[in-house]
Design a protein around this ligand. Structure first.
Ligand SMILES: NC(=O)c1ccc[n+]([C@@H]2O[C@H](COP(=O)([O-])OP(=O)(O)OC[C@H]3O[C@@H](n4cnc5c(N)ncnc54)[C@H](OP(=O)(O)O)[C@@H]3O)[C@@H](O)[C@H]2O)c1
Length: 336
């Protein structure tokens, strides 16, 4: 019998999640039946949606989060021992897959990463990369020469969106929360301009960076920053509404936002929210995005960075660190 460990959320989060909202529980893995296989986690993801989804989920709960691991035992010929898989088994070190259909996506064998690091299967070559690829290209429909703004620009999704926009010939402006992130975006990733939204006069800085206005906005954060950006959108601009992390730690019964509607009406904006699973059902298009992103990374057109925390016991710290902006690039935990 393999002894496994998992995090269980035992109390609804109030504000920033606290360490004792979680409990690490030991449990025995069940015996494998036909079609089942067991997985030893190697990399575990911490993502903003774990905070926002908790708002609507009953406690206690577990099994949230993508992870990539190695199959250690198998009674499923399609998933042989030694093979790497992406599952949504969450914050656990060992698990048994009994059903390939999971809450957020189906279990899948890690595609050919063309020699790139395995943890990218949780970042640029996983859910966040697919989010950036389809959420930007299919909703913003960018054209060469247009001005694109990305908020949360130095994070897992935002950094990829900005680089795709450059590949498509756009002028790209990113907002991020520290001077180091701004440097990284401008000097390494090739953003035309990056702005520290915590210290800049956001409206003025955007006016200077985009004197002819904004054509596409990929929104990861919401809040006041988003209002300032809407106010400088051009006629028929497109907004891809990916996330609103600025409000995830707030009480959902008191959500507020400054008025966006006049800008949407007067500028005749197209604003569309999306969930990345849109491109996995009924037709699974994730492989198409992952293959293209892998090619762009190999060609040096997209650069990636992982913010690695080591140790299963440190997942909580990695999670709240990511919510507080400690990560540049994708926040992942290496299971030792
Ligand atoms: N719709 C979908 O299917 C989908 C899929 C994946 C992700 N998402 C959303 O996309 C967004 C980015 O996700 P990610 O995985 O790429 O995370 P991430 O950007 O790698 O990490 C979160 C970042 O959010 C920023 N942040 C935290 N509080 C903020 C605030 N009050 N105002 C502005 N920025 C704040 C921090 O960066 P700074 O230092 O810059 O503040 C932090 O590093 C999230 O809103 C997430 O929910 C949506």
């Amino acid at each position: 019998m393999v002894k496994a460990r998992k995090y269980v959320v035992k109390r609804n989060f109030q504000g920033v999640p606290k360490k004792d909202d979680f409990e690490i529980v030991e449990y025995e893995l069940p015996q494998l039946k036909t079609g089942h296989f067991s997985v030893k986690a190697e990399w575990i993801s911490v993502d903003p949606y774990m905070r926002s989804h908790s708002i609507s989920r009953p406690v206690p709960y577990d099994q949230f989060g993508f992870q990539v691991g190695k199959i250690t035992e198998s009674k499923n010929p399609d998933f042989p021992v030694g093979c790497r898989v992406v599952t949504h088994k969450g914050w656990c070190d060992y698990s048994v897959v009994t059903n390939l259909k999971e809450a957020h996506s189906n279990v899948y064998i890690v595609p050919d990463l063309q020699g790139l690091p395995l943890e990218l299967a949780l970042g640029a070559l996983g859910m966040p990369g697919v989010t950036a690829y389809f959420g930007f290209l299919e909703i913003c429909k960018p054209k060469a020469g247009e001005t694109v703004v990305v908020s949360g620009a130095a994070g897992a999704v935002g950094a990829i969106v900005g680089q795709i926009a450059k590949i498509k010939g756009c002028r790209v402006i990113g907002f991020a929360g520290s001077d180091d992130k701004v440097q990284w975006l401008e000097k390494e990733l090739g953003f035309d301009k990056a702005i520290n939204y915590k210290t800049a006069d956001v409206s003025k800085a955007l006016k200077d960076a985009a004197p002819n206005g904004v054509d596409c906005y990929f929104d990861n954060v919401g809040g006041e920053l988003t209002t300032a950006i809407y106010s400088q959108m051009n006629l028929y601009g497109r907004v891809s509404l990916c996330g609103c992390i600025s409000s995830y730690n707030e009480d959902p019964t008191t959500y507020k936002t400054t008025s966006l509607l006049p800008f949407i009406i007067l500028k005749q904006l197209k604003v569309e929210g999306f969930i990345v699973s849109r491109w996995s059902e009924p037709e699974n298009r994730w492989p198409e995005a992952i293959a293209t992103l892998a090619q762009w990374i190999k060609e040096g057109k997209i650069k990636t960075r992982s913010h690695v925390t080591e140790g299963f016991d440190k997942i909580y710290d990695a999670f709240v660190g990511m919510l507080a902006g400690e990560n540049t690039g994708k926040a992942v935990v290496k299971v030792l």
